[in-house]
Design a protein around this ligand. Structure first.
Ligand code: KIV
Ligand code: ZN
Length: 546
């Protein structure tokens, strides 16, 4: 349609974009998202994530539910103080106490918002609120009126809107607008509605509620039937100009509409969906990674846009197509969402072109002869392993360009002390052997592994960032063997995995980190020496195996 095209729906529309085509992105990763099992964040993590969301360019950040606890209150207040551009919202139920507490937390923001909600469906009225419809309408009026006395920017939500009586819902909406609500959010709280029905739902509401230029309508969809993104897009097509979503789609039960999917659908299919957002799409992947590393909750590999396999091509035909023209099998580029590159997943279906291209992506110049020589060993390995990783390729190349010597660091000694309530929380004494040379350093950090990593960084002088870290026990009992797996992003953009095992979890972590550092060192040396005939080679330049 969109019926509310005249409304000034955009906070700051992009140049050239019509205000009516601007869709606001309301991120609720820190509130609804945080409600998913295992996704809770402390206040420092919330601020860190909020700063990344600001960089991502979302319009509104819902920082939490201040009445929930003192920690939650402080987290919302910290986020409100830390952000410059986005609106910072806090959630509250309809009681005065909730709203006052919410205002106390968000009022520190440059652009504060109170987001107050109450359920409107008969199911909730009867079994949860134990209220009549008339009592509910009075509560809506009183809550919005009270909130509006405190703050100019008020969002009112009708929980379980889609299962409410649509005419009654429209009455409640009119009351909320009459009392000064500036955004009306109608959630599909239990992920029940289907797209065609959601279109009719919005048509019905817009039919019953007169148009107000300064009121924005919002959709908040849950994913119980896997329809959250589809429903959000239908809402936008119907005239809604705010979409509530979360990074990685985290949220209650099956989650909320995934921010990256909504944004990339609008971005990629401008022809079919002529709308714009203010999101810097290249910050999508970094945001997803940050959330995963903070919560430890992994993203499913086939998840659209941010999953490990979202840009991975294994079949030889696909690899060949993508290498000659990415558009053959890619509708958006990995770069556009901030991913390092598409990955040709190397396995037994891969050909020489795929192998050579992967080496080139890793920064290795290969001669045709080198590829021909390595290829049979690569296919042998691919037969044994399902997937051949970058580190396997580096090891194959090391054998190929043999004579590079062992330049690895070995962990000789590690001692850590840690305590609560001190700053820094942990210190680590580390001794590394590098050939005949022994290096020692003391590191400090937020925890024992962090301190050990700090000491290793001081010794090796490496510039890098730890992007993933997990420890699992591989045997049972108190003396179980711990296995640490981590991912390190180095200053030159290379991402390498590290693995380490030990009965001591800190030692396992330190070994894993060191293994990634050693791989990176090796890569540097291999690159420096280049293919046969280019650099200095100890064995006179004759690659082994030819
Ligand atoms: O799903 C929902 O209804 C909500 C509201 C509280 C906005 O999260
Ligand atoms: Zn929700």
């Amino acid at each position: 349609m969109p019926r509310r095209a005249a409304a000034p729906q955009a906070a700051s529309p992009k140049a050239g974009a019509s205000a009516s085509h601007r869709v606001r992105i309301f991120d609720t990763t820190l509130r609804d998202g945080e409600q998913s099992p295992g996704c809770s964040m402390d206040r420092f993590q919330k601020v860190q994530m909020a700063l990344q969301l600001e960089k991502l360019g979302v319009d509104i950040i819902e920082a939490g539910f201040p009445i929930a606890s003192n920690d939650e209150f402080e987290a919302v207040r910290d986020v409100a103080k830390a952000l410059k551009k986005p609106i910072v919202a806090g959630l509250s139920r309809s009681s005065r106490g909730d709203i006052d507490r919410c205002w106390d937390a968000v009022r520190h923001a440059r652009r504060p918002r109170i987001h107050t909600f109450i359920a409107t469906s008969d199911i909730h009225l009867k079994y949860k609120l134990r209220m009549t419809r008339q009592e509910l309408l009075k509560e809506v009026a009183a809550s919005v009126r009270h909130a509006r006395k405190l703050c100019r920017d008020i969002e009112w939500s009708a929980e379980d809107a889609t299962r409410s009586d649509w005419d009654f819902l429209a009455e409640a909406v009119k009351i909320a607008i009459g009392e000064g609500a500036t955004t009306i959010n109608l959630p599909d709280t239990v992920g029940y509605i289907v797209p065609s029905e959601f279109r009719r739902f919005w048509e019905h509401i817009f039919e019953k509620v007169p148009a107000f230029d300064d009121v924005i309508f919002s959709a908040h969809c849950h994913n119980d039937l896997g329809l959250a993104v589809a429903n959000s897009l239908v809402a936008v097509e119907s005239g809604v100009r705010q979409v509530e979503c979360t990074v990685n789609g985290i949220g209650e039960r099956a989650g909320n509409a995934s921010l990256e999917e909504v944004v990339m659908a609008l971005h990629t299919r401008k022809d079919a969906l002529p709308f714009v957002t203010g999101v810097r799409t290249r910050e999508i992947y970094p945001s997803s990674r940050l959330l995963t590393s903070m919560t430890g909750v992994p993203v499913q590999p086939n998840k659209a846009v941010v999953g490990k396999n979202a840009f991975a091509h294994e079949a030889g035909i696909h690899q060949h197509g993508v290498l000659s023209k990415a558009i053959t099998y890619e509708i958006m580029t990995p770069k556009s969402v901030g991913r390092p590159s598409n990955s040709l997943v190397l396995g037994k279906h891969s050909g020489r072109a795929g192998l050579r291209s992967r080496y080139e992506q890793l920064g290795f110049k290969m001669t045709k002869e080198e590829v021909t020589s390595i290829y049979p060993r690569f296919t042998d390995l691919a037969d044994k392993k399902k997937e051949v990783y970058d580190e396997d390729l580096i090891a194959l190349l090391q054998e190929e360009r043999a004579g590079q010597g062992d330049s690895s660091y070995h962990l000789e000694f590690l001692q850590v002390t840690s305590s609560t309530g001190t700053q820094p929380a942990a210190t680590a004494m580390v001794r590394l052997r590098e050939g005949e040379t022994v290096h020692s350093e003391v590191g400090r950090g937020n925890g024992p592994v962090d301190a050990a990593v700090d000491a290793i960084l001081r010794i090796t002088g490496v510039k890098c960032r730890l992007t993933d870290f997990s420890v699992n026990s591989v045997t049972r009992g108190r003396d179980a063997l711990a296995e640490a797996n981590l991912m390190v992003e180095f200053g030159d953009g290379l991402q390498l995995a590290g693995h380490g095992a030990s009965p001591d979890t800190v030692e396992a972590g330190a070994k894993a980190f060191l293994s990634a550092v050693n791989k990176h060192r090796l890569t540097q040396r291999l690159k420096k020496n280049g293919p046969p005939g280019r650099g200095k080679r100890k064995n006179g330049g004759r690659p082994k195996g030819i």
